[in-house]
Design a protein around this ligand. Structure first.
Ligand SMILES: Nc1ncnc2c1ncn2[C@@H]1O[C@H](COP(=O)(O)OP(=O)(O)O)[C@@H](O)[C@H]1O
Ligand SMILES: [Mg+2]
Length: 263
């Protein structure tokens, strides 16, 4: 199913102020893969993701979505294939109500109103915000806005999901729901995130970026076990892989540190 493949070849991009954000990035993602993009602030994650649905176009190198190179001619097709959740929900939400924002994409596809309504209600229920349907998006909390942005992408039934820091600002219940939702999405997904524990639960493969370059690309567990790589890329090991300093051998916390044992 080549229409679900993403291929990036020697991608370079500098912003108008000459900041070189991507300095030659290459990778290929096959259908069904779940890939994390991690790296410190400023590593180039968002700039890379913005190339995957044509929001930015390559200055050098190529991006291919499925059978086509991503160009101005193929951009609409690419946007139907790739559902993108932006890092800042304010870049994505612009209608008067949550309902209208989530309905915007499917209406633009020309779907019949009943089908649109059905998709919107399902997407809102999936991210647990049916009660916000009539509210203006710009008055919502950051976490609520992010859930609206996710719903607006789900209504498009994309073949590939690209999400930029989707769990940022979510409360624990919303984060857990997002995790379950993403685990259920069986097509390809690419997730830029600082939530390395979510990566452990969700992504079998991790790409590490630093200063506009890919430092490593491989199985998530191997990447997170590489202390030198994590330090060089300014990353912390996920909590689930950190050993408790009081434990020896590291198999669960020392009984005296367990909350239930405290006096
Ligand atoms: N609009 C912009 N204009 C100029 N420089 C930018 C702009 N957006 C991002 N950058 C710079 O590009 C680099 C990569 O940024 P970004 O892709 O946002 O990184 P990340 O998402 O990993 O934090 C950083 O040096 C950042 O300061
Ligand atoms: Mg970013």
């Amino acid at each position: 199913m080549s229409h679900h493949i993403i291929e990036v070849q020697d991608l370079k991009f500098a912003y108008p102020d000459k900041t070189a954000a991507l300095k030659g990035i290459s990778f290929r993602i096959e259908h069904g893969e779940s890939v994390a993009v991690v790296g410190a602030n400023g590593a180039g994650k968002s700039t890379l993701l913005l190339h995957l649905n044509g929001y930015l176009t390559p200055q050098e190198g190529k991006v291919r979505i499925g059978d086509y190179p991503l160009t101005r001619k193929t951009i609409l097709e690419a946007r139907r294939t790739v559902g993108m959740v932006f890092q800042d929900p304010d870049d994505q939400l612009f209608m008067a109500t949550v309902f209208d924002d989530v309905a915007f994409g499917p209406l633009n596809l020309g779907l019949p109103p009943d089908e649109v309504k059905d998709r919107v209600y399902r997407a809102l229920a999936t991210v647990d915000i049916s009660h916000l349907s009539d509210r203006p998006p710009h008055r919502l909390s950051a976490g609520q806005k992010r859930r609206v942005a996710i719903a607006s992408v789900l209504t498009m039934s994309p073949d590939i999901l690209v999400m930029d820091e989707p769990s940022a600002g979510l409360d624990p219940r919303a984060r857990k729901n997002l995790l379950v939702l993403l685990q259920g999405f069986k097509h390809s997904k690419i997730i830029a995130t600082h939530d390395l524990d979510m990566v452990m639960d969700l992504c079998e493969r991790t790409i590490v970026m630093h200063d506009g370059l890919i430092m490593a690309d491989g199985p998530t567990r191997e990447i997170f076990a590489d202390d030198a790589l994590l330090a060089e890329s300014h990353l912390e090991k996920p909590l689930t892989m950190q050993t408790c300093p009081a434990c020896s051998p590291p198999a669960g916390c020392h009984p005296r540190l367990r909350p239930s044992q405290k006096t």
